[in-house]
Design a protein around this ligand. Structure first.
Ligand code: MF3
Ligand code: CO
Ligand code: CO
Length: 287
């Protein structure tokens, strides 16, 4: 097993063809303010978000077969970047509040917002790959944790539980529930065996990367907003073996568990339907 992860070298900023439309925040300091209240998306908007989600899912599927010991996270970023641009999309993280790369990669104790760099994957690692694509004026966002070779059974169990926790959350979503019930479903699935990271939340998504509605991944009694048909948001639980307290590296982005314990994450973008919800993103099948 590798020791604590350290930052590697981040490569130069990757170019995006001029013909690809950028989100308004790209490489600007003034990120537009979040909308003030959650919205129900119009059918045309839902279809645009759906296409961005399909593109992001396809990009994750292109990246996945490259995940192996000896491969750098920068290489996964290159593969992801090229796939996004090929699909006519802009990689939403690139230039978002200065974020320097096109995808996020999170090895072992990294919770989220890891910057792809010269670090090579090693046998026994887990890695979360988070892809967000901006196309036709809308974002689509998903994340999945992958196993690299022979992973410790305790860590495999964490990854399996995190996947089930996301699916339990989706099963709880329908019009009329309060947002806190989504986190409650995650808590029931985790059943006290692991820590749920509280600092990072799911978010409304559409023309904005992060919209007004936020989705805590634990039962937060203050999350009383009622879910309505037509809302589109992400659910993206981060679950750790240890205490789940967060520390951020000096790069200002990389969030790690303070105790160094492994953390897994699965994310879908979901549309609230008349009777439940539909995942607009799709994960890669793994064995
Ligand atoms: N995709 C991440 C999310 O799920 C956000 C990444 S923002 C970045 O919300 F700047 F770190 F890329
Ligand atoms: Co997200
Ligand atoms: Co994401």
């Amino acid at each position: 097993m590798r020791g604590p992860l350290v930052a590697g070298d981040v490569g130069p900023v990757r170019a995006v063809p001029e013909t690809i439309v950028r989100p308004p925040y790209a490489w600007r300091e003034d990120v537009p303010a979040r909308a003030s209240r959650p919205v129900r998306r119009k059918p045309e908007e839902v279809e645009a978000i759906r296409r961005s989600c399909e593109a992001a899912s396809e990009v994750l599927a292109v990246i996945a077969p490259n995940i192996a010991a000896g491969v750098t996270t920068a290489e996964l970023d290159r593969v992801g970047h090229e796939a996004i641009v090929r699909l006519g999309g802009y990689p939403s993280p690139l230039g978002y509040r200065g974020f320097p790369t096109s995808i996020c990669t999170a090895i072992n104790e990294v919770i989220c917002h890891g910057i792809p760099d010269s670090t090579e994957l090693e046998d026994g690692d887990i890695i979360s790959v988070d892809v967000t694509v901006y196309r036709d004026g809308h974002h689509g966002d998903l994340c999945q944790t992958f196993l690299v070779g022979d992973v410790a059974p305790s860590t495999r169990a964490l990854v399996a539980t995190t996947r089930r926790a996301l699916l339990a959350a989706l099963a709880a979503i329908r019009p009329g529930i309060q947002v806190m019930e989504i986190g409650a479903a995650i808590e029931s699935e985790v059943a006290g065996r692991y820590a749920i990271v509280r600092e990072f939340v799911g978010h409304e998504i559409g023309p904005e990367f992060h919209g007004a509605l936020i989705i805590p991944h634990f039962r937060d009694p203050s999350a009383r907003t009622r879910i309505e048909q037509g809302m589109v948001f992400t659910v993206e639980p981060m679950i750790a073996i240890g205490k789940g307290r967060v520390r951020v590296w000096e790069d200002g982005w990389t969030a790690v568990t303070a105790d160094g314990s492994p953390c897994a994450q699965f994310e879908h973008t979901v549309l609230v339907t008349a009777t439940g919800c539909e995942a607009l993103t799709s994960h890669v099948a793994t064995t």
